[in-house]
Design a protein around this ligand. Sequence first.
Ligand code: FDA
Length: 405
Amino acid sequence: MVIGAGAAGSMAAIFAARGDAETLLLERTPDGGRKILISGGGRCNILPSRADESRFVTDSSRNTLRKMLRSWSLAEQITFFERDAGLALSEETESGKLFPASSLAREVRDRLFALARLGGVEFLTDTLVTDLSARAKGWSVERASGPPLEADAVVVATGGLSIPKSGSDGSGLEILRRLGHVIHPTYPALTPLTAAASPLSHLAGISLPVTVIARDGNRGAGASGGFLFTHRGYSGPAILDVSHVAVRSLKGASPARLSVQWTSRTQGDWTAALRPEGARTVAGALRPALPERLAAAIAEAAGVDPARPLSRLLREERIRLVQHLTCGDLPWSGHEGYARAEVTGGGVSLAEVDPRTMESRRCPGLFLCGEALDAFGPIGGYNFQWAWATGRAAGKGSAERCAAP
Ligand code: FDA
């Protein structure tokens, strides 16, 4: 039995059925797979084109994380989607993201569900699982309505806490906690940041590629990619990818410092571009590299008049301006939380699970996968990579257990 018809759960069900287990997939919503539907802006960034284990975040053992990811290589996953699910994939070369060639997330969900049904998986939707209890052999699965169901093995694929309206509200994590699993504190990750009373709020709508670094006393992260000024603060892949450091710092001694390199130019490049020569103004020198209103805001933050000719720029002013252009402070005050977070950080410690079968070390016959576990990756298809790999391993592991004498 599999609980949760999301990315990890549908993959677990497909592979449990392939392992000859009679498979029932329980899902609380009327349909399931809702996060797949909204992923990648409705296009579903199904996988990255290149694997990069180093960009995953966990408080558990990185070695265990690697073993789990490597259980199903990226190349094998791509083959599965193209051959078994019949989904042609196409790469967005500038971002290295893989999407279905149709650009339709619905097609990804529907193909996975169809593959599951074809393999004999039975779906039971509108079924909220409220508890699990061990039996002499197997598990009893309590539901919000209807009598409990019995199963030889159970895969828990209930996700984390992000976007509760998609169906994943942390109820699965609570069940796992009650069963005694160690759960690392959860937090919203890949979430937009807010900036109350920011001097940059008038820039809402401006987007550009940048490099952002977030650092507090304990953690640090850097990311290059799209950046968007929103009405409430900042978003875009570069911000989302470092947001976990900012979010977690709010529980620590002091908030993380965010700094931005606004263009690909280095300190040396900018020092050369702002040489005290000719009649060009500061604004004129910044214009080719930056949107005009942002250039003006950076100059203002550096205390430099954009109309000032470069020839009259003081040395200290030039140093300050270069500093703001290449590692300027980004004021922020909070984050958009689970309501907008693409994933949940933290979750069941990876040490609680056998990385080969994804079986709980605490509860034999219980298998865990997906976002409920303590790991997430950056924007770019890495979180589905995690869900597909751990879901498949849990499905296979549960089928092995069902087949065991
Ligand atoms: P997921 O949350 O998908 O599924 C859990 C399922 O369990 C849900 O169907 C839920 O209803 C069900 N459930 C929960 N509790 C239950 C209970 N008690 N009883 C019964 N059912 C229960 N990643 C990526 O790689 N590429 C991308 O393009 C995107 N884009 C993206 C956009 C947005 C807006 C979001 C929010 C997220 C993404 N992601 C993404 C992240 C990706 O969607 C996420 O990592 C996976 O969906 C996680 O898969 P899971 O199956 O673990 O959880």
